[in-house]
Write a protein that binds this ligand. Structure first.
Ligand code: UT7
Length: 330
């Protein structure tokens, strides 16, 4: 069989209309615009409307990606949704999205949870499934309603997170040397307690007491996570460049997970790739977990920042503690 590669045929994103600024948060907890901006780089984030679910945001992003790819729902036979905030604990939100998008009922669909690295994990999974020859076109979505698991009385976390969704449509190409060239995935599974929702899972089901204690909300030991994030993202980026015999200066654009501007600046320094080749939008979105990279990818494509032949490096890090990088040639 002639070699085939997975290519991005279209991208889309969606962000809810409501914007929560640093000044708004300063009225809710003891914080300030100065602290949030200087420690994280975030100015504002989008927050879903009451009743607006992860599936609604995902569907809007996927519809935009389908239009961008000039394809119809019937053309899709695989849907993977990366999320830590599905509409319901059971069943998978991908089933709801499959239906709302009007995909065929014989389009396979499932959720994937690799937290903020979820989109990169899902991209790799879709790529392998398409390469198997059993699927022709896929939609991969990163979608999160993090406001649903954020404790708005905890200033150490509530200033960081936002809601949104990004999507890509993937297909196969016979053109050599383009598309998703490779990924490098992993996890520091010994450190799950540094970033987690402690109660509500099967090992510790929610109780009235755990809910009263706010243990159904996301908890993070920020400083420890920060250090591992910088190391893991740098390693994942460096490894994939080495695998593909590329120098840092050959990368047209790096799209990092948008958690903290200081993390991105550290990676830029360690990799020797200047900041003007890193895409940053966390000032407008905050950390949207699995949605951050596909939202950014859509913005850069629509802004014309990607040209044919360019290399783009995606690099992510999140709860788990998962990490991953992906190398794309356009
Ligand atoms: O997306 C998944 C991966 N997540 C990440 O990569 C996030 C990684 N971590 C971070 O981005 C940073 O650690 C944070 C932005 C979360 C925190 O920044 P930091 O520089 O590590 O601050 P810190 O946690 O060491 O806190 C410094 C001080 C503390 O006060 P004391 O103990 O020095 O008196 C905090 O209580 O800042 C205080 N503080 C705040 N002050 C004002 C913590 N949160 C706030 C706040 N406003 N919102």
């Amino acid at each position: 069989m002639a070699s085939v590669s997975t290519v991005i045929l279209g991208t889309g994103h969606y962000a809810p209309a409501r914007i929560l600024t640093n000044a708004d948060l300063a009225k809710m907890v003891e914080t300030s615009d100065e602290w949030i901006l200087s420690r994280s780089g975030i100015r504002e984030r989008h927050i879903a409307a009451p009743g607006e679910g992860t599936s609604d945001m995902a569907v809007a992003a996927a519809r935009a990606a389908l239009v961008n790819a000039k394809l119809a729902p019937d053309d899709i036979d695989l849907l993977i949704v990366a999320t830590v905030t599905p509409d319901l604990t059971l069943p998978a939100v991908s089933c709801t999205i499959q239906h709302k998008l009007g995909l065929r009922t014989n389009a396979a669909c499932f959720d994937l949870n690799a937290a903020c690295s979820g989109f990169v994990y899902a991209l790799d999974t879709a790529c392998a499934m398409l390469a198997s020859g059993r699927y022709r076109r896929a939609i991969v979505i990163g979608a999160e309603k993090l406001s649903a698991i954020t404790d708005y009385t905890d200033r150490t976390t509530c200033v960081l997170f936002g809601d949104g969704a990004g999507a890509v449509v993937l297909g196969l190409s016979h053109e050599p040397g383009v598309g998703l060239l490779g990924t490098r995935l992993g996890a520091y599974g010994g450190s799950v307690d540094l970033l987690c929702v402690p109660r509500g899972g099967s090992s510790h089901p929610a109780t009235a007491a755990s809910i009263a204690a706010g243990d159904h909300f996301l908890k993070m030991k920020g400083k420890e996570v920060f250090k591992i994030a910088v190391r893991a993202m740098e390693e994942a980026a460096r490894d994939i460049l080495e695998q593909h015999h590329l120098r840092a200066d050959q990368i047209g654009l790096v799209i990092p997970h948008q958690a903290n501007l200081r993390i991105i600046e550290s990676i830029s320094q360690y990799l020797g790739v200047p900041m003007d080749r890193f895409y940053v939008n966390l000032d407008r979105y905050g950390n949207t977990s699995s949605a951050s990279i596909p939202i950014a990818l859509d913005e850069v494509r629509r802004a014309g920042r990607i040209k044919r032949g360019d290399y783009t490096l995606l690099v992510a890090f999140g709860a788990g503690l998962t990490y991953g990088s992906a190398l794309i040639r356009w």
